[in-house]
Design a protein around this ligand. Structure first.
Ligand code: PTJ
Length: 246
């Protein structure tokens, strides 16, 4: 999915490539039009963060990898933006951490679910959840509450990249450990997360996979100590300071 029209030497190559991918996602009917708006908002924060993974985000990515590795039933939630931007990378993260993948949409339509499942299959995924929708997140209206009972419904740890604030809060109040990727440290999703990762999805997912691979032989005690040493409030205030001051 690379764009031959964008020269790699362009100073904003990564940002332009990302836009191209989101646009292609909308054209194919996998990304919603609201996904374009969300991307624009994310870009503004990324620009202020220097379009790089800051140290506290790198740490959060390692902690999130440790959470996924020690979970009983970890699930990676995929929406239209994730499918467009990081389809292969999410499959690799699922493989490295033993996680399930569930397509779970804010603006849910059966057609878009089908197209995203197909798109992920083309990028190497098998057994993708999200079509059964026989579970519900309490406190949300019917369409937005739908999950698979044996997927997100049964998960103890859920990665929700770019989630709507209401749903992120509702999932957290179900007692699930929520790992959120969101470039806005002030968003309700980031604020309700056990592990807020303030980084661009396109950098965060491959980084998490790398950390998971290097922690593959870590024992339970090591994973516990990585998880226990993390403070979400410090990670959020660090990102906010970076946005406001640099
Ligand atoms: O595909 P669907 O129907 O599930 O819809 C997905 C979107 C993203 C449209 C939906 O969940 C939504 O409306 O989200 P929001 O409320 O716009 O929140 C998106 C958040 O993600 C914002 O805080 C953005 O700053 C952030 N964001 C956008 N692009 C990126 C990002 N964070 C990390 N990486 C990005 N590439």
């Amino acid at each position: 999915m690379s764009s031959p029209e964008i020269p790699k030497s362009h100073p904003r190559y990564e940002s332009l490539l990302t836009r191209h991918r989101i646009e292609a996602g909308v054209d194919r009917g996998i990304t919603s039009k609201q996904g374009l708006i969300a991307q624009g908002r994310g870009e503004a924060f990324d620009y202020l963060l220097g379009e790089e993974t800051i140290d506290s985000a790198e740490e959060a990515e390692r902690v999130a990898a440790a959470h996924l590795l020690r979970a009983d039933h970890p699930v990676l939630s995929v929406n239209g933006n994730v499918a467009a931007l990081t389809p292969r990378e999410i499959v690799e993260l699922a493989e490295a951490t033993g996680s399930d993948i569930e397509v779970n949409l804010f603006n849910r339509t059966e057609g878009r679910i089908e197209r995203i499942v197909e798109h992920l299959r083309e990028h190497g995924a098998s057994d993708i959840k999200g079509k059964t929708a026989d579970g519900r997140i309490p406190g949300l209206d019917h369409e937005r509450a739908k999950v698979d009972a044996d997927g997100i419904g049964a998960a103890d740890v859920v990665l929700v990249p770019l989630e709507d604030g209401d749903r992120a809060e509702a999932l957290a109040s179900m007692g699930k450990t929520e790992l959120v990727i969101d470039l806005n440290p002030m968003s309700r999703s980031a604020q309700s997360a056990a592990v807020p990762i303030v980084d661009n999805l396109i950098r965060a997912i491959p980084n998490m996979t790398e950390h998971a691979r290097s922690l593959a032989d870590a024992d339970g005690d090591e994973l516990d100590s990585i998880v226990d040493s993390f403070d979400p409030k410090t990670a959020l205030s660090d990102a906010e300071r970076r946005i406001r001051e640099e």
